[in-house]
Design a protein around this ligand. Structure first.
Ligand SMILES: [Zn+2]
Length: 278
């Protein structure tokens, strides 16, 4: 099957030095605002409190807002003239889901990327190999998936999470992933620096059903399918169960595969030159 490329884009390898300077000045300003103003007995509360809040906001907001582009590129769609989408599965491999997901994808002739957790890969290396064997791709989703505090980590902890997952994947499959997805899509400026230094692409999404929060698969499938356009990146997960213990992800994935296939969509893993924004 051919997928005609609409335009050719050359991905930028690194964040601009101006961007880094801006980020470092911002950190410096945020760190020094309060002590400097206090040292000068600058007690105009009318200005002091908003200034303090604004400087903190500039650091925290882009880190906790999923797929925020303030500090660097995040891939949220890809270029295509075909009715094609990119299915992505986070948080696996998961022994009760992965093989069934692979079987579903095979039935629909679909290709996908699995953003896996390093610790899970170490437990179930045969599942990681099965994903590759079926023609899908593997990518990094941290070693331990510290979803609550990942956005607040400094470089050392971020490096450990990324490198250990890469090592787990290398040991299980012999391959080195080139793509990374942050837990809950939350990335601070240090993560962007790290991605650029290591030439790893940060991958986000353009459609999700909040399958980690809700249980109504019909509503989730509607939410995803109604927002789909060619070049969409769909975020799904492994390992979710509803109150009755049913596998939400398997049910939701089958609904999406069936509905989008009926609309004429194909499920591909795009080439890096097609990923947007760059
Ligand atoms: Zn995750």
């Amino acid at each position: 099957m051919s997928h005609e490329k609409s335009i050719t884009i050359t991905p930028k390898a690194v964040l601009t030095s101006a961007g880094r300077w801006f980020a470092l000045v911002l950190i410096f300003a945020v760190g020094l605002t309060t002590p400097v103003l206090l040292a000068f007995n600058w007690n105009h509360k009318l200005f002091f409190i908003p200034l303090e809040l604004a400087t903190k906001f500039l650091i925290v907001f882009p880190a906790v807002r999923a797929n925020c582009l303030w500090f660097g590129p995040v891939v949220t769609r890809f270029c295509t003239r075909e009715k094609a989408v990119w299915l992505t599965f986070d948080d696996g491999p998961y022994p009760e889901d992965t093989l069934q997901l692979l079987a579903l994808l095979k039935i629909h002739n679909a290709h996908a990327t699995f953003f896996v957790i390093g610790r899970q890969v170490q437990r179930y290396p045969e599942l990681a190999r099965a994903i590759l064997r079926d023609g899908h791709t593997l990518a990094n989703h941290t070693q331990t998936h510290p979803v609550l505090f990942f956005w607040s980590f400094f470089k050392t902890r971020l490096t450990r999470e990324i490198d250990q997952c890469n090592k787990a994947l290398r040991e299980a499959t012999g391959e080195q992933p080139r793509w990374f997805r942050a837990p809950a899509g939350m990335a601070n400026m240090f993560l962007h620096f790290l991605m650029c230094d290591r030439k790893i692409k940060l991958i986000g999404w353009s459609a999700r059903g909040f399958d980690g929060l809700f249980q109504n698969t019909e509503a989730m499938a509607n939410r995803i399918c109604n927002s789909i356009q060619p070049g969409a990146i769909i975020l799904l997960h492994e390992g979710r169960r509803d109150r009755e213990g049913r596998p939400i992800n398997l049910i939701l994935t089958e609904m999406i595969l069936t509905r989008l296939t009926a609309k004429g969509y194909v499920f591909i893993v795009p080439d890096e030159s097609e990923m947007l924004p760059v």
